[in-house]
Design a protein around this ligand. Structure first.
Ligand code: ADP
Ligand code: ZN
Ligand code: ZN
Length: 740
């Protein structure tokens, strides 16, 4: 017997299995997934590798086959099933086997990793300020520095703080002795006091919830595993349904993984799971150190856990007997990885579940086009929750046409209606959320008088304004000069669309000087826990208005919010990719879902330059089916996913000319092998055309058949490998891309 080993070197040429002899001493301990040390190459360099299989026949002269030197027992042996999953990912998404293995492997604990420590302020602001005065009087500068910093941000990373503030450990110890701060070694979820659930009140499921649970149980207990999509309006009680399904699985001695977008992974959500599954739940998140994560993975492998909650990467939790994977907010972009292999958690979860005879439950108030399409194709089973728990009505939605506001002389960012409604809420002491729809690269150009947007004649997506003064299509590379007047109405009010959260906050304050305003965006949440701090302050009624980006629409309950204003609904509508209509619909519906979660009914005002656009119209009616039909018609007409499949080939290189030539070669090759079924578009410049002096070009391959696109990818990979012209370039594949 020989061991098939994948070596830990990321290089296309070495992306294959190497045979190694198994010494007698290691025979009993070696299994698929073992991490081994082998000697490699002419120089017999010692390197790390993973056993991915065994073979009986030697590939060449047996005496030339080198032995495995040792097994690294420190590493958790990856389950053979995860190795299979890695192999599936390599095939489905491209890249090398070692890249795929590293994605599914628990990250190794470093020899002596210290647990991460946090400094936490133990005084109230008033006490802290008084104490600070005293330190300054006594000229205790180091202590004053630490305290002042903590008053600014009540929690800091220990080692970072010590370094930044130039203080010694003894200063920190002295402050701890005086009760000023606490050094916490393990992170606890702070109580954001968003909403307290009455303990021990058993839930009576609604009829829809009950049906969903029963359907799942019936299938599951009969060994009929599959993928489900729960399409449930906001507040329909999806999370309760997930928990009951997990109970079913746990009662059978199997485990569950719950994926939640990192940004929605709040203390509030986690607590709900703790209340039911207690210590058998664990949470993973990006702020944990590699060591902490590794420990949780180990606990999962040892059978100490029933449930793992976390973002995308929690999908690879090495449970011994996985029964269910739940993906909440399944439409979220963050489920797509931006590193090779660029996998989608939904597809990968389904692949893993098939290998391990488990089920997958996807949930969303605004399902992705992909998932709903798969339901129509009978690949997924659809479960609908149409009513909010407690028969709470969905909010009333008003749309205001900003072109009309301009026409009657209102140049402010608020329509008359929204301004009036905010005033009303301020008087009643109710809360308002103002949502600024802002996406990173919305570079589209539009007319403020008539709403006209410049689009690509070939791809039906918006053109982006570039610094060179041209309007460019990011799919096919089409370009035209920047416009000065509107081609449709002749108005000079044309240009890029800009709306910063900071500016909006200032405008809100100027318009409503009496209101207390909080702002939530990338800037104000940079600090650790900044996100939860702002949310809990708002939940505690410390502000009347919360201004924010996408971040504020994600799954939080604020019962006192009765008004949601959407400023610039159009921002995401014309970001230049084919998903912009879908993204807009999702954002608007999710934002609207924030209003009226308490006992008072909610209202929503959507401000737009394009009230007739189907994304906006259907979102205002909260009519998912109507949106789906229109959007699918567009996807079908243009050959975009989910009707067809699309493969992006991202090419990167330092020499722009060489990159362009290589892109043309690859395009020609793809066209040659693809025949009639494959459409090749581009090469074009992606959103970000150059990153630290590395130029980027992109080709899009469209094909109705997924399997064929995979074969084309494999052929392209081989072509790239054997042609020296591509050697200086980096080339990555991205199936049905979401963020490039
Ligand atoms: P979703 O995930 O669909 O937005 P949640 O599961 O978060 O909905 O439910 C919204 C709120 O309603 C939560 O506070 C939850 O505890 C509560 N809830 C859910 N189902 C019921 C029920 N059957 N009876 C009473 N309250 C419920
Ligand atoms: Zn116009
Ligand atoms: Zn185009």
């Amino acid at each position: 017997m020989y061991a098939d080993v994948i070596v830990d070197i990321t290089h296309e040429k070495l992306d294959k299995v190497f045979q190694y002899r198994i010494p007698d001493t290691l025979k009993d301990r070696l299994c698929i997934g073992s991490e081994v040390i082998v000697s490699f190459g002419k120089s017999d360099r010692k390197i790390r590798g993973y056993v991915v299989g065994f073979s009986e026949k030697p590939d060449y002269a047996p005496e030339k086959i080198k032995p495995i030197l040792e097994i690294d027992e420190k590493g958790m042996a990856i389950e053979s099933r995860l190795v299979r999953l890695a192999a599936w990912m390599k095939e489905a998404y491209g890249g090398t086997m070692i890249q795929a293995l590293k994605t599914v492997l628990p990250i190794k604990k470093k020899e002596q990793e210290r647990t991460k420590r946090t400094l936490r302020l133990c005084l109230t602001e008033q006490e802290g300020k008084e104490r600070l005065e005293r330190y300054l009087e006594k000229n205790q500068k180091a202590r004053a520095r630490v305290l002042a910093a903590l008053l600014d941000s009540p929690e800091m990373d220990y080692s970072l703080a010590v370094k930044k503030l130039h203080v010694t450990a003894s200063v920190v110890r002295a402050l701890e002795d005086q009760g000023v701060l606490k050094v916490a070694s393990e992170r606890e979820y702070r109580n954001p006091k968003i909403q307290k659930r009455e303990q021990n009140v058993p839930i009576r499921y609604t009829q829809e919830q009950q049906q969903a649970i029963e359907q799942f149980q019936r299938d599951y207990l009969a060994g009929d595993y599959g993928a489900y999509l729960i399409h449930g309006v906001t507040g329909s009680g999806k999370t309760e349904v997930y928990m009951e399904m997990i109970r079913t699985v746990a009662a059978e001695g199997r485990q569950a993984i719950v994926l939640i977008p990192e940004i929605a992974l709040t203390w509030q959500t986690v607590m709900r799971f703790y209340q039911i599954f207690g210590a058998r739940v664990s949470v993973m998140h990006s702020r944990m150190s590699a060591g902490e994560r590794y420990d949780q993975m180990q606990r999962a492998a040892n059978g100490e856990l029933d449930v793992m909650i976390g973002p995308r990467s929690a999908l690879f939790t090495p449970f011994p007997n996985l029964g269910l994977i739940v993906i909440d907010e399944e439409h979220e972009n963050s489920y797509k990885s931006e590193q090779v292999p660029r996998y989608h958690a939904r597809e990968t979860a389904i692949a893993r579940a098939e290998m391990e005879h488990a089920s997958v439950v996807l949930g969303s108030a605004t399902p992705s086009m992909e998932s709903y399409y798969r339901c129509q194709m009978r690949e997924y089973r659809l479960i609908e929750l149409k009513e909010r728990v407690g028969n709470r009505p969905l909010p009333t939605v008003h749309t205001t046409d900003m072109r009309e506001e301009l026409a009657h002389g209102n140049r402010s960012i608020f329509s008359d209606l929204l301004r009036e409604k905010i005033r009303d809420r301020l008087e009643k002491g109710q809360q308002t959320m103002l949502f600024i729809n802002r996406r990173g690269y919305a570079g589209f150009v539009s007319c403020r008088s008539c709403g006209y947007v410049v689009k690509c004649p070939h791809c039906d997506v918006s053109l982006s304004a570039h610094r060179n003064g041209k309007l460019i299509c990011h799919y096919c590379g089409y370009e035209e000069p920047m416009i000065k007047v509107c081609p449709s109405c002749g108005s000079r009010h044309v240009g890029g669309f800009k709306a910063g959260t900071q500016q909006i906050e200032d405008l809100v304050k100027r318009e409503f000087p009496e209101a207390r305003v909080l702002r939530m965006d990338m800037d104000t949440t940079k600090n650790k826990d900044g996100h939860e701090r702002i949310l809990s302050a708002f939940a505690d009624g410390e502000a009347d208005i919360l201004v924010g980006t996408q971040m504020i629409v994600k799954g939080h309950d604020f019962p006192a919010v009765t008004l949601v204003g959407v400023l610039a609904a159009d921002m995401s509508l014309y970001s230049s990719d084919y998903r912009s209509g879908e993204r807009t619909f999702q954002l608007l519906v999710q934002a609207a879902g924030r209003a009226g979660r308490g006992s008072a009914p909610g209202e929503v005002v959507i401000q737009t330059y394009d009230p007739e656009h189907y994304s906006i119209k259907t979102a205002a009616k909260q009519d998912y089916q109507a949106f789906y039909r229109e959007e699918l018609e567009f996807r079908d007409r243009m050959g975009y996913p989910p009707v067809e499949n699309m493969l992006a080939v991202l090419m990167m290189g330092e020499d722009e000319n060489h990159l362009n030539t290589a892109a043309e070669y690859l395009k020609a090759y793809a066209e040659r092998i693809g025949g009639d079924y494959l459409e090749v578009i581009g090469p074009a410049v992606p959103y970000v055309g150059k990153v630290s002096d590395i130029y980027r070009k992109i080709l899009y391959l469209k094909c109705p058949k997924y399997g064929m696109l995979i074969r084309v990818k494999n052929q392209l990979e081989r072509y790239i490998k054997v042609n020296s012209g591509f050697q200086t370039l980096r080339i990555q594949f991205d199936f049905n891309p979401m963020n490039i």
